[in-house]
Design a protein around this ligand. Structure first.
Ligand code: 4AD
Ligand code: MG
Length: 432
């Protein structure tokens, strides 16, 4: 039953007879010839059904077969430079597996709401298949990058008793007799325990934010990879982030160029993503905004529009460091040169894609961290385990989190993150 041959392997079968299985992507006819475009998840293949080469029944099936019907086709593989993929099939048998009736997504334009309502079918379309293949390659690049550099994968819990990034954006649940529990916003605090056990670790999994942000950059469920390294300061952290982003982009360029071309991505822009990346301070970021006439007060966090204004000046990701501590998380270490600043870094993608990385050096002093927990009105009893990391062999350490969907959106050149994940979750949508 299972296919012996997939479209991507046809190069090895030129002149041979093969049977392929899949779905009808599209169909054209011209008199005595039917052109069936088969898709099998690995590629697209034009199958030429010539009336003189097949039985009347097979020709009839080739005439009646509809978009997204499943079928098997047998024929001889031919080199055809003009065909997408470079090969064509001279078919002599077509077997219908299941006829698809009134497939809702037709080649005409559909509205975005209609498409997301049909996301379970929309993922079959050429552009969506290309995006999902790029996403997969990015996931593998992320794992390879850390695995090859001595990091250990360290899986944090999804159900947590407290917030790591601020209490306002938590998804809450009742947890048996123990009261409220929350879906994780970030694996970082746990990764810190891992770094003090294993030196260099990374977490990689889904995280949840009940943010009321209805923007093209926000999902309520998204994937984040979070490396955490003992004995790294902020500069070491930025060096790693820079090497990491270059690696991801250059790997996708090398391995998924065909998909990027399907997506119409301007590849020359991605070719420029090579180290070193520009590094500017928050203060310098504010200067850029002021020069451009933006209405911005020192001390605020950069919003999406501010990020776009700043990153416009650069062709590469820009690393902005040393933010006002007041707008950043409780665990960030203060700048010894200026107590109002946190040793934080955000990396903004070029072309207006906004923040893809947020990171920092962590506060490693027990007393200072205790004070921060009080200032932020966090319940100290829940953080006792986290404070233990400062009681027993505390060391300088740093890390960052990269949002997978924003990275996929940028590399694919998409308008909105909703197309970067198989089933997007947003404030106004949790189906299909
Ligand atoms: O800047 P954030 O909130 O950082 C953290 O969670 C830290 N604990 C990371 C760390 O230091 N280990 O989130 C990190 C990244 C953002 O830069 C962004 O790419 C992505 O996660 N992100 C989102 N992506 C999609 N939808 C959302 N609602 C997102 N919120 C954050
Ligand atoms: Mg952030």
């Amino acid at each position: 039953m299972k296919p012996e041959i997939y479209i991507k392997d046809l190069g090895n079968y030129v002149g041979k007879e093969v049977t392929l299985q899949g779905w009808l992507y599209n169909k054209r006819s011209s008199g005595k010839v039917k052109f069936l475009i088969l898709r099998d998840g690995t590629g697209y293949l034009q199958c030429v059904v010539f009336k003189g080469n097949v039985s009347p029944e097979v020709f009839e099936i080739s005439d009646k077969i509809t978009q997204e019907s499943s079928f098997a086709v047998t024929g001889k593989v031919k080199e055809e430079p003009r065909a997408p993929g470079g090969y064509e099939l001279d078919a002599f048998d077509v077997k219908l597996i299941s006829l698809s009736r009134d497939y809702p997504i037709t080649p005409k334009e559909h509205g975005i709401e209609f498409l997301i309502d049909h996301r379970h079918l929309w993922v079959r379309s050429k552009k969506q298949v290309a995006i999902l293949k790029v996403r997969h390659r990015i996931v593998k690049a992320i794992r390879d990058f850390f695995d090859e550099r001595g990091f250990t994968l360290f899986d944090p819990p999804i159900i947590t008793p407290n917030a790591s990034e601020g209490t306002s954006t938590l998804f809450e649940m009742e947890y048996f007799d123990l009261g409220k529990a929350y879906l994780t916003q970030s694996g970082q605090l746990y990764a810190e325990a891992g770094a003090l056990a294993l030196g260099k670790v990374y977490t990689f999994g889904p995280t949840f934010r009940a943010e009321k942000s209805k923007t093209r950059r926000h999902l309520t469920e998204f994937w984040m990879v979070e490396p955490e390294m003992a004995f790294y300061d902020l500069d070491d952290d930025m060096d790693l982030a820079e090497e990491f982003i270059e690696y991801i982009v250059q790997t996708v360029l090398a391995d998924r160029r065909a998909e990027l071309e399907i997506l119409g991505r301007d590849i020359s822009k991605l070719e420029k993503i090579k180290r070193p990346f520009p590094r500017i301070s928050y203060d310098e970021g504010v200067e850029i905004l002021k020069k451009k006439g933006a209405d911005f007060t020192w001390g605020d966090d950069f919003g999406g529009a501010d990020e776009t204004l700043i990153s416009e000046d650069f062709e590469k990701p820009v690393m902005i460091h040393r933010y006002p501590a007041a707008v950043k998380a409780f665990y960030m270490k203060r700048d010894p040169e200026n107590d109002k600043l946190a040793l934080a870094v955000d990396v903004l993608a070029p072309e207006g894609y906004g923040e893809i990385i947020g990171g920092s050096q962590r506060e490693d002093d027990l007393d200072v961290l205790l004070e921060r927990i009080k200032e932020h009105n966090l319940p100290q009893e829940y953080f006792e385990w986290y404070l233990d990391l400062r009681r027993y062999g505390s060391v300088p350490h740093s890390g960052f989190g990269l949002g997978l969907e924003r990275t996929v959106g940028w590399i694919c050149g998409l308008e909105h993150v909703r197309e970067t994940i198989p089933f997007p979750r947003m404030i106004y949508r949790n189906t299909p």
